[in-house]
Design a protein around this ligand. Sequence first.
Ligand SMILES: [Zn+2]
Length: 214
Amino acid sequence: MPTYEKNVIDAAKNMARQSLTVSTWGNISVRDPKTGRIYPTPSGMNYQKCVEDDIVVFNAQGKRVKGKRKPSIEKDLHLHILQRNPWVNAIIHTHALHSSILAAAHQSLPAITEEFAQTLGQAAPCSEYAIPGTPLLGENVSKVLEAGHRAAILPNHGALVAGEDIKIAFRSCFALEKGAEIYIRIKSMGLEPKVISPDDVDHMHRFFRNSYGQ
Ligand SMILES: [Zn+2]
């Protein structure tokens, strides 16, 4: 059984490999639902070189219980969301290109692809602006999730995707970035993206959620 430290390192390596982020920008956290412990990625490290001792562990109250490194600059963003949204056990925050383009335009992303509808539902709304690393960023992004969404565009910054586990969060993350790219390409052709009807989105989203992993 891999440890949660290994899970978060593998996820960070995967994020970097999949071009979901550049350099050490972007960060991930996972929560052990049994203990409530939270495992964010460390700050400013090359994720390819991370080992389990580099991971700082926090308890459910946000108190450090293990590890000497500096955790991600966005640790408070992760802790705030995990504490306010009990269904979330994994968070991926990326600076992926197409999500970041929408972020620079303060643009929400509606469900225009089936993968998006399945994994994320109706939309990834753009949150209110907050400076990176501040408690306000956590509050603003958490508000989007507390309103029933699973992802948010962070204005002038990037994107954040939440999931019940890291696999679901990754699938959702790819659906978000691909949806953002398609949205931008359609707009740049001078066309208007066609949003899937809310009823059809609900149907696909429910089906995906109920059949995932079987
Ligand atoms: Zn960031």
